[in-house]
Design a protein around this ligand. Structure first.
Ligand code: EPZ
Length: 421
């Protein structure tokens, strides 16, 4: 397994281009299953999760070619099993998002129940209730769910809670249902809006994405399209924190500023300086950071995927911050490792009291989940001495060669391939 070594103390400066968004690419890869013809995606991030999704699509019968420009040809799907195996779903929960498209386009799907993951139980009950409302038969056995329907019919459905994947699965299914659907209490994340945009480019009739109600008029067929994936607001936010905590001055090319108001506002409150320039967003770190209280919420609130990164900023601020995680029940896996590096953080249920003014000293730490891994890299950038981050496969799920992105900005960071861990 690879590990990453960081020598702390560098002030980051220069420019970095924000990649295509992982959490947009994954559901859009699934949407390609709905088309009668191939779909080509551009600006696709080179991530292990994208590769895993491609493996799932190939297993379903798709022909997949290309990487940064990725072409998915679904024309042979349906000849073989329409199944997302336990191994795949356990590796990547987003695999369940093939369920809606397969059900709508081919009338059936067999999906492994996701089981828990590092950041919580994360059931799919809302996905299943939504598909049932559209007329699907649901059968659970041996850890798998079998969904089937001759033809889905439009319906009104209200989610019990805001779920990004649930919204995406049910929206994709409703796109090919007979008649109209009204989905309420839906997620409004930019990646949900992007998926609705792609579906409408394919011929769907979807209105209201980005609000709490989405109206869908079912159509009979959808066509493949050519689409450029929008920039990754979480990768951008991670680079913003890196610039902020190193007293840096970094230009983020293609930063999706309009999708990042909660993150930018909160970082400005901490003293970070932002300037929109013709070529992107300039981010400067202040001499001193101010403490901030953060509560994660569904979009447009502060994103849970930026919680661990923001916690590192808070550990360095002049005072105490309170960070509250309301989306996942176990998303403080980064806290023990940050404390080993020198942070002073006390967790009480879903709230973390962060003392601030940390003096980080490098040591060996273990990545546990994607965004926790990013927070360890960030802490390493400001730690005295050398920090060794192991099990970086967690990082590679959502960040494309992060060491190769940070080194040109002045970070002393390198990857050791195949290291024992
Ligand atoms: C998406 O996951 C993202 N992943 C996550 O990003 C992100 O953290 C999450 O949305 C929240 O914004 C992708 O887009 C691939 P949810 P998703 O369904 O769709 C509960 C990252 O780091 N829930 O919105 O799986 C669930 O347990 C990843 O890039 C149910 O109870 O998240 C969780 O507590 C991590 N029943 C909450 O809702 C359901 O049927 C939000 O989950 C579905 C969800």
């Amino acid at each position: 397994m690879d590990k990453i070594i960081v020598e702390g103390g560098s002030r980051l400066s220069g420019r970095v281009r924000v990649n295509g968004a992982k959490n947009a690419a994954l559901p859009i890869q699934c949407a390609a299953l709905l088309g009668d013809t191939p779909t080509t995606l551009r600006h696709v991030p080179l991530l292990s999760d994208v590769h895993t999704m491609n493996s799932l699509l190939v297993g379903l019968g798709c022909a997949v070619s290309g990487e940064r420009s990725l072409t998915i040809d679904p024309r042979k799907v349906g000849e073989g099993p329409l199944e997302a195996s336990y191994e795949l779903v356990k590796t990547m929960r987003a695999s369940v998002t093939v369920m809606g498209p397969l059900l709508a386009r081919y009338g059936r799907a067999r999906i492994s129940l996701p089981g828990g993951c590092a950041i919580g139980a994360r059931p799919i009950d809302q996905h299943l209730r939504g598909l049932e409302a559209l007329g699907a038969e649901i059968a659970l056995s041996h850890g798998y769910v079998d969904v089937s329907a001759k033809r889905l019919r439009g319906a009104t459905f209200v989610f019990d809670l805001v779920t990004v994947g649930g919204t995406q699965n049910v929206m994709m299914a409703a796109a090919l249902a007979r008649g109209g659907s009204r989905l309420e209490n839906v997620a409004s994340e930019p990646e949900v809006q992007e998926l609705a945009l792609v579906l409408n480019k394919m011929g769907a009739r979807i209105h209201g994405a980005g609000t709490s109600v989405i109206e869908i008029e079912g159509v009979d067929t959808l066509s493949g399209i050519d689409h450029a994936i929008l920039p990754d607001r979480i990768e951008a936010g991670t680079f913003m924190v890196a610039a902020a905590i190193t007293g840096g001055d970094v230009l983020l090319e293609h930063a999706p500023v309009d999708h990042m108001h909660a993150v930018i506002t909160k970082m400005e409150e901490a003293g970070v300086i932002f300037e929109v320039e013709p070529e992107g967003l300039r981010v400067r770190g202040p001499a001193r950071l101010r403490p901030v209280d953060v509560t994660t919420k569904p979009h447009p609130g502060f994103p849970t995927d930026m919680q661990a990164q923001m916690m590192v900023l808070a550990t360095l601020a002049d005072g105490q911050s309170l960070i509250t995680e309301t989306i996942f029940e176990n998303r403080f896996m980064h806290v023990p490792e940050l404390c080993r590096l020198g942070a002073d953080i006390q967790v009480h249920g879903n709230a973390a009291v962060v003392r601030g003014r940390a003096t980080y000293t490098g040591t060996t730490v273990m990545a546990t989940d994607l965004r926790a891994s990013a927070s360890l890299i960030l802490a390493g950038l400001v730690a005295q001495g050398r920090t060794e981050i192991r099990r970086v496969y967690h990082l590679d799920r959502g960040y494309e060669a992060i060491e190769a992105r940070l080194a040109p900005l002045g970070a002393k960071i390198e990857r050791i391939h195949g290291a024992a861990s």
